[in-house]
Ligand binder design. Structure first.
Ligand code: TEU
Ligand code: CA
Length: 581
């Protein structure tokens, strides 16, 4: 195990230069924080099981693979694992289309394997949250195979049906994966609603039986010992039953309409009352379509809905759908500032730079280099809000060098190709380079464990190709390298854990308009820290604003460990430093 590079305040206090000896102020005890919660102090790690570790050589990651890697997760210092869907599914959308909520996907193993995995986590003090995908089911769920039989079926009202308009859909809602959000099936002229793929019919949350079914399945997993849920597109669960057409403005961002149903907050309050409040849980909503002003309605503790949400302005800063667009650090800082303000004192945020739906952080927010991966990690792990690491980001795993459409697995990529290129809207030459930069499959290539064949992910043929850079970017090589991205993550997680100000302290951007350097403080009582990040591949001579003076280096991505002369920093490309003030 490498030696953590976190410097202890007392050991470095003597290094203070430029100003006289300052008495060391003890950090306030966390008990002084008004509303302590384990999930505010936790660091979460997202496992996408299909791509994490394959235990039986079929090329598909599985639960026994996760169990085999628990010591690795423990060595990272993470407290919670978020497991992407592990339920029975025909995998039209890699498990986000559930056929049976109480059964483990056979490709991933059995319920006994799940129990073994959960027990292994428990022994190591790691909690598990699972993916609650209840805006929609698979069209192969028995509720839907019944419902589609006709208007008189007892399950009909589990889903949302409307008559078409003269052979056209009931309204102009678009689906996320292309085409209309309505499809006709079975007898009669009624169509069912699906915000995502045709194989993902939306549940009718206005039906109390549906809500009862959802609460039951939540209790089933909570009773097994999971500690909460990541809730897939949860703001979409309530629909306007009149289904008015979207106007031109709304068609530019239908997600904002979908996230604004009349009863979404009633249902979330009911869910907390009925289920979450009866257990010691954490809940995080995937807040697609939620604008900054509306965020607090989901997360204000006094409202009793969710604990926190994922907001996407940051990770989407450089894209418009499948196309990339220019962005600036100043824009990013503004997003983070707004996000922090919106959490206020009664709410809580998440901090993340990637997930299974986004390209690799180091490739789109950084420049692909390990130095930029460390800079992004420093940003993520010193923000206020619970950090969510995505598997492989801790290695600096990069985008895949996609060149051909056949290399993609994702339904979103394949449908876009059909609509955009086969539909004659753009040429393949225009489309493919953009898709390569924005595709979700970038995040779904197998985890890179070592430099053996298939990166140690599988002894068989991987379901999605391994990134060819695995010989250098992998766990085994990085364990052994003190200066690796992996060991920087470990140091950051350890620093956050022992530093209440990094968990609970107020966030203040001290230089919001600087185009190259991101500098912000985190303050809790008398404890004050400063993160400084050179967000570029060129060196930066940077004078600290507001007369700030640093006292000691807590962590330096370049390990220079040198304190600056008063207030003046010479930052290397992508250098990121956490100071104590
Ligand atoms: O994602 C919702 C969602 O809207 C994203 O897929 C979005 O379209 C994408 O980030 C492109 O920017 C959730 C899941 O995370 C995703 O994997 C599922 O495909 C989707 O819901 C349907 O369940
Ligand atoms: Ca397998």
């Amino acid at each position: 195990m490498p030696i953590p590079r976190v410097r202890h305040l007392l050991a470095t206090a003597a290094l203070v230069v430029g100003f006289g000896a300052i008495p060391v102020v003890a950090q306030p005890a966390t008990t002084e924080v008004a509303d302590r919660r384990w999930w505010k102090e936790a660091v979460v790690y997202q496992v996408y099981p299909r791509s994490f570790a394959d235990s039986n050589g079929d090329g598909i990651g599985d639960l026994n693979g996760v169990t085999a890697k628990l010591d690795y997760l423990k060595s990272l210092g993470v407290d919670v694992v978020w497991l992407s869907p592990h339920f029975d599914s025909p995998n039209a959308d890699n498990g986000y289309d559930i056929r049976d909520y109480r059964k483990v996907l056979a490709q991933f193993g059995t319920m006994a394997d799940f129990d073994t995995m959960l027990a292994g986590m428990k022994v190591r003090g790691i909690k598990l949250i699972i993916d609650l995908v209840v805006n929609h089911t698979s069209d192969e769920h028995h509720w839907f195979t019944e419902a589609k039989k006709g208007p008189n079926n007892p399950y009909r009202d589990y889903y949302i049906w409307r008559p078409g308009k003269a052979g056209e859909p009931p309204n102009n809602y678009p689906a996320f994966f292309g085409g209309s959000a309505w499809t006709k099936v079975g007898p009669g002229d009624e169509q069912y609603l699906h915000y995502f793929a045709v194989k993902q019919p939306d549940l009718n949350w206005d039906n109390p039986k549906v809500r009862g079914e959802v609460y039951d399945l939540m209790r089933f997993w909570l009773d097994k010992g999971v500690s909460g849920f990541r809730m897939d597109v949860i703001p979409f669960i309530s629909k306007d039953p009149r289904f008015p057409d979207l106007n031109a403005e709304q068609l530019l961002h239908p997600d904002q309409v979908y996230a604004n149903g009349p009863h979404v907050h009633d249902y979330l309050k009911e869910m907390r009352r009925e289920v979450l409040s009866k257990y010691d849980t954490m809940s995080v909503g995937e807040a697609v379509g939620v604008t900054p002003e509306k965020g607090p309605l989901f997360t204000a503790a006094s409202r009793g809905e969710l604990d926190m949400i994922f907001r996407f302005e940051g990770v989407n800063i450089d894209r418009n759908g499948w196309r990339t667009k220019p962005w600036s650090l100043v824009d990013l800082k503004k997003i983070y500032g707004d996000l922090d303000r919106s959490a206020g004192t009664d709410g809580w945020n998440t901090s993340f730079i990637g997930n299974h739906d986004k390209p690799r952080a180091v490739s789109h927010l950084g420049d692909g280099s390990p130095a930029s991966a460390k800079a992004l990690a420093t940003m993520m792990l010193t923000q206020r809000g619970t950090p969510f690491l995505y598997q492989g980001d801790e290695l600096g795993m990069t985008n895949f060098p996609f060149t051909r459409i056949e290399q993609y697995d994702d339904i979103s990529a394949r449908n876009l190709w059909r609509d955009q290129v086969l539909g004659g809207k753009v040429t393949a030459a225009e489309f493919l380079p953009e898709l390569a930069k924005t595709s979700r499959d970038n995040a779904r290539t197998p985890m890179q464990w070592d430099k053996s064949v298939n990166a140690g992910f599988t002894s068989g043929t991987p379901w999605l190709a391994v990134n060819p850079n695995y010989a250098t970017i992998n766990v085994a090589s990085e364990q052994a390298d003190r200066a690796s991205v992996l060991n920087h993550y470990r140091a950051l997680v350890a620093l956050r854990r022992k530093t209440p100000a990094l968990q609970y302290g107020a966030y203040d951007d001290v230089d919001p308009t600087h185009p190259q350097v991101y500098a912000y403080t985190r303050t809790l009582g008398a404890a004050r820290y400063l993160t400084v990040i050179n967000f570029s591949a060129t060196p930066a001579a940077y004078t600290l604003p507001r007369g700030l003076q640093v006292r000691s280096v807590m962590l330096d991505s370049m390990e220079q460990g040198v304190l600056p002369a008063v207030g003046r920093l010479a930052l290397s490309p992508w250098q990121a430093v956490v100071y104590r003030l």
